[in-house]
Design a protein around this ligand. Structure first.
Ligand SMILES: Cc1ncc(COP(=O)(O)O)c(C=O)c1O
Length: 387
């Protein structure tokens, strides 16, 4: 069987559930899934589609009305002119990531991935026989990769640069000038860019999402991936999308056709209403994430030995625990077993995540306060000399 990694979040969740079955109390900060329900008007729209009998196969690239709505949304938010032909609605953003890497990477080709990174990029690259060239995301640069760092990773085998902003797991966003420099590198070496922007709407402090597609010369060499899971609290609906040059969009469609045929019919109808709004519920969710971010930022930095820069987007905090001199995976295991807090080691996102933990704040403030209290009590007992 070909090598294929798995997301640690699911493994940790299973372990945490087992501990709960044994009667232990666990605070869940491991999973990257909004703790909100899908807004009512979106659910109503799916119900209506079902009642109207919209229950058959759809075109493999998604229904035209949804592709039009996505094309409009992406065109407006990026200041470009995307046509519905360039849009493929996929079964989750994950399928878009898989298909885009399949499209570009042949055995022996190199894929540059700023890391720590969402685990699928590495898993799928290796699955298709590609070679991962990590570029370490550094805390000193707020986890934004410089053009120089990316350029230094390029060889004559490089095919693709994968970027992700806002970034899971760091909570950082890529600086505009870094994105511009990455596009320059891609142009110079004739590379593809896969830009995962699934957290584009979960962004704080009044900041605006910077998309690679808004940079001149990027659109013709990029696959932009986004979706409904995070913004609209629709993880279980399995709906994402890719925006790409038409021939690449057609290839992604073929992969979808030969694997899952098409995205779920009535979910697509609901997605039209999701994207068209109203967005009031989304704004409320983002405000709540921001308040939780503030709480964690304040409280985590009070824990001896922990330090954390402020996440600017996503619902992840990425504290630095290097002072403890303990491997991230061991530290995360101890927190689960001894403190009853489930979270992920930074290394769940590749070796460059060593020295960090990922705390998902897609859970209530009460839970987060309790998690912080437990971590603090654990540190004070186990590491009394740390400051
Ligand atoms: C960066 C990133 N990309 C893609 C996905 C997958 O999204 P979807 O649920 O649409 O497949 C996730 C989910 O955690 C993610 O964090």
């Amino acid at each position: 069987m070909s090598k294929l990694g798995v997301e640690s979040a699911f493994v940790v969740l299973a372990r945490a559930k087992e501990l709960e079955r044994q009667g232990k109390s666990i605070i869940h900060c491991e999973i990257g899934q909004p703790d909100f329900d899908t807004p009512v008007h979106i659910k109503e729209s799916a119900k209506k589609a079902l009642d109207e009998g919209f229950t058959g196969y759809t075109p493999s690239n998604g229904i035209l009305e949804l592709r039009k709505a996505i094309a409009e949304f992406v065109s407006e938010s990026r200041g470009i002119d995307v046509s519905p032909d360039q849009v493929v609605v996929t079964v989750g953003a994950k399928l878009a990531i898989f298909a885009a890497l399949m499209a570009f990477v042949n055995p022996g080709d190199e894929v540059i991935i700023p890391m720590p990174a969402y685990p699928s990029y590495e898993a799928v690259t290796e699955f298709v026989g590609g070679i991962v060239k990590p570029v370490v995301l550094r805390e000193e640069r707020e986890f934004s990769p410089s053009g120089e760092e990316i350029a230094n990773a390029v060889t004559d085998k490089t095919k693709v640069i994968v970027i992700n902003t806002p970034c899971n797991p760091t909570g950082g966003i890529y600086r505009r000038e870094d994105l511009e420099a990455i596009v320059e590198v891609a142009k110079e070496h004739d590379l593809w860019i896969i830009s995962d922007e699934i957290y584009e709407d979960i962004i704080f402090d009044g900041r605006k999402h910077e998309s690679v597609l808004s940079i001149p010369g990027a659109e013709e060499r990029s696959v932009m991936i986004s979706g409904f899971s995070k913004t609209f609290a629709m993880t279980g609906w399995r709906l994402g999308y890719a925006v790409a040059p038409k021939e690449v969009a057609d290839y992604i469609t073929k992969i979808q056709l030969n694997t899952v045929s098409c995205p779920v019919s009535f979910a697509q109808k609901a997605a039209i209403d999701a994207i068209k709004g109203p967005w009031d519920e989304i704004k409320k969710m983002v405000k709540e994430y921001e308040e939780r971010r503030d709480l964690l930022y304040r409280e985590i930095n009070e824990i001896p030995g922990f330090s954390m820069i402020k996440p600017v987007g996503t619902f992840y905090a990425f504290p630095n625990i290097k002072k403890f001199g303990v491997k991230s995976s061991e530290f995360a295991d101890m927190l689960l077993e001894e403190a009853g807090v489930a979270l992920l080691p930074g290394t769940a996102f590749g070796a460059p995540g060593e020295g960090y933990l990922r705390i998902s704040f897609a859970t209530s403030k009460e839970n987060l306060k309790e998690a912080v209290n437990r971590i603090k009590a654990f540190v004070e007992e186990k590491f009394p000399n740390i400051s």
